[in-house]
Design a protein around this ligand. Sequence first.
Ligand code: ATP
Ligand code: MG
Length: 268
Amino acid sequence: MRYPENWIGSVRVSKPKIVCISLWKGGVGKTTTAVNLSAGLAMAGKKVLVIDDDPQANATIALLPKSTEILNSTRSLYFQGALQNATYPSVVLGLDIVPATMDLATVELEITSKIGRERLLKKALKCDFAKQYDYIIIDTPPLLGSIVINALSAADELLIPVKGFYSLEGINQFLDVIESVRENVNPNLKIGSVLLTMYDDHLLINRDIKKKVKEVFGERVLNTTIPPNIRLDEAPSYNQAIFSYDSESKGAQAYKQLTEELLSWWEV
Ligand code: ATP
Ligand code: MG
């Protein structure tokens, strides 16, 4: 018997797995996680694509070689541009990137009258070129506009980074939006994992945060937590992921552990 596409033997493999890293709060570690998880997955031998879906372009600054001339960016994916024309090798072997440029910000306004405006990114990722990747990781801006909705619509699952109590403020509205995306555009979207970032286990206040986050998200909370580590903050300005910048750092160890934990969830 022949199995359809996306099957190996009798096992269905959904490839690529598309993971959106999102929370509408700013500065919670979305980009740091997108950059270093992607690099970790690539180092584990996976073929990975990062899509920088944030006009701040922080993931691009960290991962795109400085000498790259950007001809097409994430913006083009919203206007029927082909994925392969906007994909560039990153500074990490096995990791490619679709870079963001500042003009991604105007997409919000430009697509308001387009039919199917929530599905533009999803459509761009549904192509043969994307099938070479095991994982596509999408970094998003700290708001809830069209480009975030597009990322949520394109994703199989969501990774939510949480930094302190402040990140949980308004979480119910964020969860309502996810529910609405599920009902209207992407019924398969699930909250895959929740990651505590800049989390110092030694501080009592943080243990309360962990308890609270577990009350909200239960077993989706990862065992791995990311400690505050200055090397993680420094690496992007040297155009590097943490593993080449300082492989011995606590930050590198934590993101390696995160990669391993997620692979154990994803590749059972
Ligand atoms: P935005 O919402 O603006 O896109 P973000 O959620 O993507 O922010 P990051 O840019 O990843 O958050 O992190 C915010 C700041 O904190 C950055 O300067 C980053 O370098 C720093 N940072 C992130 N994680 C850590 C960490 N574990 N230890 C120390 N600094 C960190
Ligand atoms: Mg960011």
